[in-house]
Structures are given as structure tokens and as C-alpha cells.
Design a protein. Structure first.
Length: 133
């Protein structure tokens, strides 16, 4: 995971904390990588101050702008987006007990690529604007 820039603003929506992220890239580290799994040019979210001292994060709104999600499965069935897999191929069971609630998700100018080599399926989807709440 790489992030170009993070800005935290305590006063923009007080008592909410507003976080703005630019250039978020989640790369596949396997030798068969086909570019990043996820790239988001701009992401922002707000959450109440009190959730910082809790294991449950109540995020008011998440906005993802100008991004790409690339899901690729090679001809032997290996997925480059199975990011919780351990080195031996088993899924990780040691995730924290934290919980995240998102009230509203806004997605703008997002491309989703799905390429499954085993089944010879390819999907290219463009989301201009989507609101989930």
C-alpha cells in the first residue's frame, strides 16, 4: 500500500475528523502482477472524534474519485487480488476485532476491470457516479 499524500482536518466538519487521501495504490506483490489491484486518485472520509478511542469506527461518508480496480485471475486459477492470503496460500485468520460502519459511499469516475483467464471472461465497467447509503 502506498499513499502519496494524507491531510487530516479537525475543523472542516467538527466534531467530525475529515481525512483526504491522494494517490492511494494497492499493489499485488506476486511475480504475475498485472499492475495495481487498486488505484484511487482521491479519497476522503469523515468520522466522529470519539471513534478514535473505540474498536468500532462509524464513518459518516466515504468519497472515492477517479479510481481503477483490477481483478485478475490467471489461467491456473490464482487470483492476484486475494490480499489476505498468507505465504502458504491459507487465508489469514489474525485480523483485528475492529469494526467499520460506513453510512454513505460516493463513487465518481471509477473503472472496474475483471479478467478471468480460466473462464475467458473479461469485463470493463465504468462508474461515472454512484451513491450507496
Amino acid at each position: 500500500l502506498t499513499i502519496e499524500r494524507v491531510r487530516v482536518n479537525l475543523w472542516k466538519a467538527f466534531p467530525q475528523i475529515h481525512v483526504s487521501i491522494q494517490g492511494l495504490t494497492l499493489a499485488d506483490t506476486s511475480s504475475k502482477a498485472h499492475g495495481p489491484v487498486l488505484y484511487i486518485e482521491q479519497a476522503s472520509f469523515s468520522l466522529p472524534l470519539y471513534t478514535l478511542w473505540s474498536s468500532e469506527y462509524d464513518i459518516t461518508e466515504v468519497h472515492l474519485k477517479k479510481g481503477k480496480l483490477h481483478l485478475y485471475t490467471d489461467s491456473s486459477g490464482d487470483k492476484h487480488f486475494d490480499l489476505l492470503r498468507t505465504q502458504h496460500g491459507a487465508s489469514s485468520a489474525s485480523l483485528t476485532d475492529s469494526r467499520m460502519n460506513i453510512d454513505k459511499l460516493l463513487i465518481t469516475d471509477f473503472q472496474v476491470y475483471y479478467d478471468h483467464q480460466t473462464y475467458h471472461q473479461k469485463v470493463d465497467l465504468t462508474v461515472r457516479s454512484c451513491v450507496l447509503d
